[in-house]
Design a protein around this ligand. Structure first.
Ligand code: FES
Length: 328
């Protein structure tokens, strides 16, 4: 049986029951992947024609996803089909791995945000905007996004301490320089698209600034000249952090504009008051041709997605990383 791969218009021949990601890799079709376990979403593609199965062996069931979107690593081909792969020129392949790392620094960024810097025992490749799972002890693990670039040789994370949080309580009170941390990843599909030359809308809520900083640093390191409009939303003035890094990035990239939007109590001389989504709507009319990177709490990411769509950004050009709070 055959898989027709669009937009490459390539036909690849496969055995019945072949894993879709494996078949694409064997045929050297450019395809992003990371976890191979259905968790990270990096291998998302769309079935345009034909039926596929989800899961393998006895777990196999007909696929019933939204608008034909499947995870190639979890998909098995049972008849000839047509598959659309996303952005073949923006492929990111950093197979997920587990690496030991050591705490170099743990320090306060604000009243409830810590900056954690780790030195991995071996280099780990990742794309700007991706995240990893940090395991501090067998009982204390959480995903966090990197704020730097993989060439730094260090991992930097911004961790908001959740009131009564079990894992963040451990980070705040017990974790110290010299401790070992297990790092698994990288994961995540909200990474920098390097080939895009148009304007970029970057929206960060709270510690969503970490992956956005990585994306900004990555864009500058790549020599991208895109106009970049950053909206950094926080609840109150004491939640603002990272301004000296942003000033530095503005010096390096004159096309970067930074809007700090404080829900209430902001300083009108340097900050805007209200919601990031309102600020974006006030500033911009038509955003067609733009790309959007949205990182922060799920309600903020959802609201920013609605605004980005309403202003004309194509759904496939909105890269979202919603930080879900897990357990305590
Ligand atoms: Fe398929 Fe992660 S590689 S979901």
């Amino acid at each position: 049986m055959d898989i027709l791969v669009q937009p490459l218009n390539r036909v690849i021949r496969v055995q019945p029951g072949a894993n879709l990601l494996k078949a694409l890799q064997d045929a050297q079709v450019p395809m992003s992947y990371s976890c191979m376990a259905g968790r990270c979403g990096t291998c998302r593609c769309r079935v345009l024609d034909g039926e596929v199965m989800e899961g393998s062996g006895e777990q196999q069931r007909p696929f019933d996803g939204e608008q034909g979107v499947v995870l190639a690593c979890q998909t098995y081909v049972t008849e000839s089909c047509t598959i659309e792969i996303p952005e073949p020129d923006e492929v990111v392949v950093h197979p997920a791995r587990i690496v030991k790392a050591t705490v170099v620094t743990i320090e306060d960024l604000t009243h409830d945000i810590k900056r954690l810097v780790l030195r991995p025992a071996k280099p780990v490749e990742f794309s700007p905007g991706q995240y990893v799972q940090l395991q501090f002890t067998p009982e204390h693990a959480r995903p966090y996004s990197m704020a730097g670039l993989c060439g730094d040789g260090l991992f930097e994370f911004h961790i908001r301490l959740v009131p009564d949080g079990r894992v963040t309580g451990y980070i705040a009170h017990e974790l110290k320089a010299g401790d070992s941390v297990k790092v698994s990843g990288p994961l995540g599909s909200a990474y920098l698209r390097r080939k895009h030359e148009g304007p970029m809308l970057c929206v960060a809520g709270g510690t969503g600034l970490a992956p956005i900083l990585s994306i900004l640093r990555g864009a500058i390191a790549q020599g991208m000249k895109n106009p970049i409009h950053l909206y950094f939303g926080v609840r109150s003035p004491r939640d603002v952090y990272g301004m000296s890094w942003l000033e530095q990035l503005k010096r390096e990239h004159p096309g970067l504009t930074v809007n700090v939007v404080v829900t209430s109590g902001g300083n009108p001389a340097t900050q805007r008051c209200g919601l990031v989504t309102d600020a974006i709507e006030q500033d911009h009319g038509d955003l067609s041709g733009w790309r959007a990177y949205l990182c922060g709490s799920p309600p903020m990411v959802e609201a920013a997605t609605v605004v980005a769509r309403r202003r004309g950004i194509a759904a496939e050009h909105i890269y979202a990383d919603a930080f879900y709070t897990q357990g305590t």
